[in-house]
Write a protein that binds this ligand. Sequence first.
Ligand code: SF4
Length: 185
Amino acid sequence: MVSTDLDKTNFVYDSKVEGNIIFTRVDAAINWMRKNSLWPMPMGLACCAIELMATASSRFDISRFGAEVMRFSPRQADVMIVSGTVTYKMALAVRRIWDQMPEPKWCIAMGACASSGGMFRSYATLQGIDRLIPVDVYIAGCPPRPEALIEGLMRLQEKIDTESSMKGLKAEPEEEVVKGLEIGK
Ligand code: SF4
């Protein structure tokens, strides 16, 4: 056996068993698949969106991380990249699209405007998208370069790696069954 500590390594293999067999945890396998197939919902709202578009080009090649499949349908996306100034006029539309994305889902706030309102301390601008939706990774810059977005994506991959992929999948007992048990006490 090369390693027996699944908590530290995620994958081990047993050299005494013939054939190509590896052992892993369900959590580790699901997280590995999730983090390497993130499909972005490009929420380009201002100048930062140009850098977001550049990230998908051959020079930077976001497909190395399995994240090149930009989806314009929220139902097919699992990471929203908010890039640009979020005005109050647009904010609720962003929130509606976020609500339409299926779980599990993550959010990257790209640039100063999406993270904090940036230089626009005005009545028309939301002071950070985290006031409306939970943000997993913030990327500094005005605008951040594509390399910074890729760095943010890698940070998100690290975060997904530590999540419990089975969380929330436990079947809740039927309400009637619970009530019946309480009556039977
Ligand atoms: S952070 Fe800078 S580049 Fe990005 S949307 Fe705001 S003003 Fe434009």
